[in-house]
Design a protein around this ligand. Structure first.
Ligand SMILES: Cc1cc2nc3c(=O)[nH]c(=O)nc-3n(C[C@H](O)[C@H](O)[C@H](O)COP(=O)(O)OP(=O)(O)OC[C@H]3O[C@@H](n4cnc5c(N)ncnc54)[C@H](O)[C@@H]3O)c2cc1C
Length: 427
């Protein structure tokens, strides 16, 4: 068998699996197995009919930027997909006190005009500036404490509960779809590096954000073009076993298929569940990177947004008393995707009970990686399991959990097979 005939199975058709397949198909025979009856994983644009018009609304992956998505941008340019500028703004609405603001500009910050005379609110603004300055200094001096959490940093540096609960914890919770309590346990170095790289410690000089025109699913067809006849939907794999010279995929109907190598591009827990002969390293590393479940509802009930329209941002966080509750965030899709409609299309995480049932258009369950000290340590052990035993692992969970991370994890797998993006980003 010539090397170019090597057969590689890829499990999962999210951005990680499809990018792996796209890159490996430059030299190898790839087969993609997807358990759903559609491809894309978290790239899930749906068509919604309203008042005689059809809107393509993103319900999973929505935005990316010009600074921290180098591999994804290179991929889009290679497959000829453009981008549409969008606004990234963040609002907080406290359901108990009624306080609300949208950090987009001075006018929206004081959308609730009485905050101009509210000393607590001015203190919040002051603490945001102090927090940013302190984190930037730690980043530039690389002076992180070992085994340190965001919660410990806030406490040690005397930040108020009001600041924590009305700014930094909800913002982090919205980004990583976690609860406020989980954000307190977030690894501090990981947090600062992410916030710094995304310009979130700056008031100005933030990256330009984009969406994919006509919905994020638009990139799927050109990405899959080279291997479109080798995608198997509704794949019902019961388990995977590795032999000295091959990998066997066993299906629940009793059939088997043999490959030279396998790339598990599903989530860490799903990958471990498939490996009947998992090594001790695979067990330890993959089980240390758990996922959490998030309910996602696409609807048109704008009561999930702040009361004042001026405070409507692209991302809107509703604070409740339950700090352990998963992130209650609503994406305003009209702002994000530039949709003009009398209806406001909203994608809400983890608050189905608050949504008017008549306004619900679609419902989904997605899973997000949980980033803790333990999972960050496990990420660093990827080389212990990836590339061994004819088995490779791709997935956004290996890095920051976003689209760039899915692509990056796939690029790293493909490099091992001497397959590259046409224009490899520097660094
Ligand atoms: C609501 C939401 C909004 C988001 N918004 C953004 C955003 O705006 N920007 C951003 O950068 N990131 C965003 N993300 C993060 C997103 O998760 C990542 O960007 C990325 O899409 C994850 O890709 P993945 O390939 O690692 O996983 P997934 O997309 O989850 O793909 C994994 C695939 O594996 C399949 N699979 C699992 N088990 C099996 C099996 N046994 N056999 C076969 N197939 C299997 C699954 O069905 C799935 O298709 C968002 C996530 C969610 C949930």
């Amino acid at each position: 068998m010539t090397q170019s005939m090597k057969k590689i199975a890829i499990i999962g058709s999210g951005i990680s699996g499809l990018t792996t397949a796209y890159l490996l198909s430059k030299k190898y025979q790839v087969s993609v197995f997807e358990k759903n009856d559609y491809i894309g994983g978290h790239t899930a644009t749906v068509d919604v009919e309203k008042s005689g018009r059809t809107y393509a609304i993103d319900t999973g992956f929505i935005v990316f930027n010009n600074k921290t998505y180098p591999n994804f941008l290179a991929l889009l340019s290679e497959i000829g997909i453009g981008k549409q500028a969008t606004e990234m703004s963040f609002s907080v609405h406290n359901c108990n006190t009624g306080l609300e603001y949208n950090g987009h500009n001075l006018n929206t910050l004081f959308a609730q005009r009485r905050n101009i005379l509210n000393p607590k609110f001015w203190m919040l603004v002051k603490e945001i500036l102090r927090f940013n300055k302190a984190c930037k200094a730690i980043f530039s001096q690389n002076s992180y404490k070992v085994d340190y959490t965001l919660g410990a940093f806030l406490k040690d540096n005397g930040f108020s509960d009001f600041f924590a609960e009305h700014y930094i914890l909800p913002m982090g919770a919205a980004i990583w779809s976690s609860s406020l309590t989980e954000m307190e346990g977030f690894e501090f170095r990981f947090f600062v590096q992410f916030f710094h790289n995304h310009g979130l410690l700056n008031i100005a000089d933030r990256p330009q954000w984009y969406v994919i025109p006509q919905g994020s699913r638009s990139y799927l067809a050109p990405l899959c073009q080279p291997f479109k006849d080798n995608i198997h939907l509704n794949a019902d794999i019961s388990h995977i076993e590795r032999q000295a010279d091959s990998v066997t995929l066993s299906f629940n109907d009793g059939s088997t298929q043999i490959f030279d190598e396998v790339v598990l591009a599903c989530h860490s827990d799903q990958a471990l569940g498939l490996l009947r002969d998992a090594s001790e390293d695979e067990q330890q590393v993959l089980s240390a990177m758990p996922y959490s479940t998030n309910s996602v509802v696409l609807h048109t009930d704008d009561s999930l947004l702040p009361v004042r329209k001026k405070a409507w941002a692209s991302w809107n966080y509703q604070l409740s008393e339950d700090r352990a509750k998963a992130a209650s965030v609503t994406y305003n899709m009209n702002i994000l995707q530039g949709i003009e409609s009398n209806d406001t299309f909203c994608v809400t995480l983890n608050q189905k009970e608050a949504i008017n049932p008549d306004s619900i258009l679609r419902e989904f369950t997605y899973h997000h990686p949980i980033f803790s000290e333990q999972s960050i340590k496990a990420q660093q052990k990827r080389s212990l399991i990836c590339g061994h035993n004819r088995t490779h692992f791709a997935g956004a969970y290996w890095h920051n959990g976003f689209h760039e991370d899915g692509v990056r994890s796939a690029v790293e797998v493909a490099e091992r097979f001497d397959c590259f993006l046409a224009q490899r980003p520097k660094g």
